[in-house]
Structures are given as C-alpha cells and as structure tokens.
Design a protein around this ligand. Structure first.
Ligand code: NAD
Length: 390
C-alpha cells in the first residue's frame, strides 16, 4: 500500500533507542533514518531514506510544528516511501527520501538552522538530496546550498529550476488525456466538461492547457478572486467551492488540498474520471480507490499524474532545462495509460496497478545492479560523479 500510514500507537510504543525502533524502520523497508540535533541553531530534524535502488533519495524538507517527535517520525517515514513510488513511476533514476524539521516555519526559521541542516545533508554524501516542501521555500534552500550541493529548488541564477508548477500542470494535462483515451477511446478533450478545484499555481496553467484543447472548464477557489482571474485568462467559468463535487461533469481535477475524496464527498461525485495534480487526494488510499472503482469512476493515482514537479527538480541534477523537463513530463501519458489498462486487465484498482508497476521496476533495476559495469563519470550540477552508484 502506497503511503501506508504507520499508526501513532505503532510509533509511540517504539521509543527511540529501544530495539523496536529498527522494527518500525524495517516495517516499510526504509533503509536509513537520521536524527539531526544541533542545540546552537535549535535544529531538530529527521531525514528518512526509504529506498535507493534507482539512485540518490530525493524529496523535500517539511517544516512543521508536530504535536510530538513520534508524529514527525511517522510523517517522514510515510512521505519518504511515497517519494520512492513517485520517482520510480516517473521513470526517474532517483530513490525516495524526505526530511522533516520540527518547528514553526513562521517564527523559527533562521539562516543558522538551515545551514546546520545543510551540513547534516552534506554528511550523507549524496545519499539524500533535499528540496522545498510545506513550510520551506527558496530562501531556505539557498541557506542549505551554502553548506551542500545536495539541494534542489534553488533559484535559476544559482542553477536551480524555479517554479515547478508549469511542468506539473503540463504533466497533469498529459495524464488527463491518457484517462480520456482509456475511458472514451481517444485523447480528445473537445467539449469535455472539466471541474478544477483550486485556482492556484498549477491549476491556472492547467486551465489554460485544457481550454486550449477545447474543454469546457469550471473552476473554484476559496479565494474567489483567484478563480475569477483564471476565468478571465482562460475563458473558464467560475463556480462556488462547495459546488465542485455536485457539478455534473466528465472529469474532476483536484488541484487544491489533499483528502478531498472521502466518506462525505465520494457519494456526491458526478464525474467519470478523477485526474488532477493535488497530492494525497484520497482520504483512505485503499478504501476510497476501491469505492471509486465500484462506482465506475476512473481514478488517476495522484503520485503518477502529478510527478511533473519532481521531474522538474530532478532535471536540476543534470543542469536544468525546462524544455527537457516538459518533454519528460509527457511520459506521464504512457505511464498512466499502462497503469489504467493494467488495472482493467487484472480487475484491480488503479492504485494497486500503479504500485505493481513501481515494484516491478524497482525489482528489475535492482536485479541489474548485480552486474558489474565499468564505472563512467558524467557531469552535472554535482560536478563529475560516478554514474554507477552502487
Ligand atoms: P497553490 O497553493 O498555488 O494552489 C492551491 C489553491 O487551492 C489555492 O488557490 C487555494 O486557495 C485553493 N484551495 C484550497 N482549498 C480549497 C477548496 N476547498 N476549494 C477550492 N480551492 C481551494 O498550490 P499549487 O502549487 O497550485 O498546488 C496544488 C496542488 O498540487 C497541491 O495539492 C500540491 O501539493 C500539488 N502539487 C503541486 C506541485 C507543484 O508543482 N506546485 C507538484 C506536485 C503536486
């Protein structure tokens, strides 16, 4: 199960230092968990490396006021595992990792704190590469960059990739076409009624692609002005945020927050496809993906369709190029189509089919790493480094 949540009880019964901590780490096959503590800067962080079969573990650093250290550990274990699946599904040669910094991002951020964090990352020698996440931003990544090159999401002028949302939006657009192909027999979105929840960074570009493809787009945001602006720019029609689930449409594209497909909303849905960029759309991965399948709604697994953001930052490692990142995001079409067809063939949910495909790739590429190959160097933002990483 992707993002399989480890229960609070499971974690809280496992105090750090007790032998059970290793059971917890190995329960979902994590490779390494690093606890970072620096009194001088106040840094308390956990870095979790889930799987490095495909390459260095890349994933953002989240800063959050966790209710307890165990909640922080729970979150970083869950999130890092999700990154393994996202990178593998996107065809990237990257593993899964994530970090959490315990603290209030509004009041406790300092240059010293992020530089201390950067030094811990440097100490991992490239096994973990960080990026922005909830509670962290470009400025924080620049502080980290003073101490380590193993950071992405830095500004263009420092070799970074800037705002990932255009690539996320384009990848999602390609994914929506793959869903249309499987559901309706062709890629055309002409005349399709598409409801987008959220009118933020990704949604505004996505609405543009969809309207240009001839779709009738309806957009809602809790900030009405944002929805109105997108409508003005694209010709979409504004609807109220509380209408997104009830509106009769062909495709629903969640582009706001997570957990929006849940026991309260699932029965209201009047769409045939759910395909959008929001993270963690299902309240309960297993239960709600099963319910959607039973209701005949085709669901595009979120970690597959929204991989454009990861593809964008990953492109930094080889020297950033937006055209290359956009081209790579087009692969989401083929990957998603393969997943949807596999789900139909085997009578399993689209989530299960996605997980199968990821696990097959991890196992196949892991197996090739038994073969000794001559070491070759290649250059990128990290300077020259060995292509074989095993
Ligand atoms: P954003 O903050 O720019 O936009 C989100 C928008 O959703 C905001 O305008 C907000 O007001 C609106 N919103 C919140 N709750 C709402 C509700 N109940 N109804 C309607 N609107 C609501 O964020 P973004 O960068 O555009 O990301 C959107 C989603 O895509 C998030 O779930 C994010 O995790 C995911 N995602 C983004 C990227 C990226 O490249 N930015 C990459 C992968 C996944």
């Amino acid at each position: 199960m992707i993002n399989g949540k480890i229960s609070h009880d499971e974690v809280s019964s496992t105090l750090p230092g007790s032998p059970e901590l290793f059971n917890l780490i190995s329960a979902k096959d994590h490779e390494q968990v690093v606890f970072c503590s620096d009194k001088a800067s106040g840094l308390r962080a956990i870095i979790a490396i889930h799987n490095t079969t495909l390459g260095p573990a890349l994933g953002g650093a989240r800063m959050w006021t966790y209710a307890s250290d165990f909640d922080a550990l729970n979150d970083v274990l869950r999130l890092s595992r999700g990154m393994t699946y996202k990178a593998a599904a996107a065809g990237l040669n990257l593993g899964g990792g994530k970090a959490v910094i315990i603290g209030d991002p509004h009041t406790q951020k300092t240059e010293q704190l992020f530089r201390a964090f950067g030094r811990f990352i440097e100490g991992l020698g490239g096994r973990y590469v960080t990026a922005e996440d909830v509670g962290t931003g470009v400025t924080d990544m620049v502080h980290i960059f003073h101490e380590t090159k193993y950071v992405t999401g830095i500004p263009f002028e420092l070799g970074g990739s800037g705002d990932p949302s255009p690539v996320t939006a384009y990848g999602s657009f390609c994914g929506i076409k793959a869903c249309a192909n499987v559901r309706y027999g062709n890629d055309s979105l002409e005349g399709k009624r598409i409801v987008i929840q959220g009118a933020g960074h990704v949604a505004s570009t996505l609405a543009k692609h969809l309207t240009e493809a001839g779709a009738k787009v309806y957009i809602a945001d809790i900030y009405a002005d944002k929805a109105k602006q997108v409508a003005k720019d694209t010709g979409a029609k504004v609807i109220n945020p509380d209408e997104v689930f009830d509106t009769d449409c062909d495709i629903f594209a969640p582009a706001a927050l997570g957990g929006i497909i849940n026991d309260q909303t699932i029965g209201k849905l009047k769409c045939e496809i759910i395909a959008g960029p929001a993270n963690n759309q299902l309240g309960d991965e297993e239960k709600h993906s099963q319910e959607l399948a039973e209701r005949g709604i085709l669901y595009a697994p979120d970690y597959v369709i929204n991989a454009g953001g990861l593809i964008n930052v990953a492109s930094e490692l080889e020297g950033y190029s937006q055209p290359r990142a956009l081209k790579q995001a087009e692969n989401i079409y083929d990957t998603l189509k393969k997943i949807l067809l596999r789900s139909q063939e085997l009578g399993i949910t689209t989530n299960e089919a996605a997980n199968h495909i990821v696990e097959e790739r991890l196992s196949a590429i892991g197996a090739t790493k038994r073969i000794y190959a001559s070491q070759s160097k290649f250059s990128g933002r990290f300077g020259e480094f060995w292509k074989r990483n095993d």
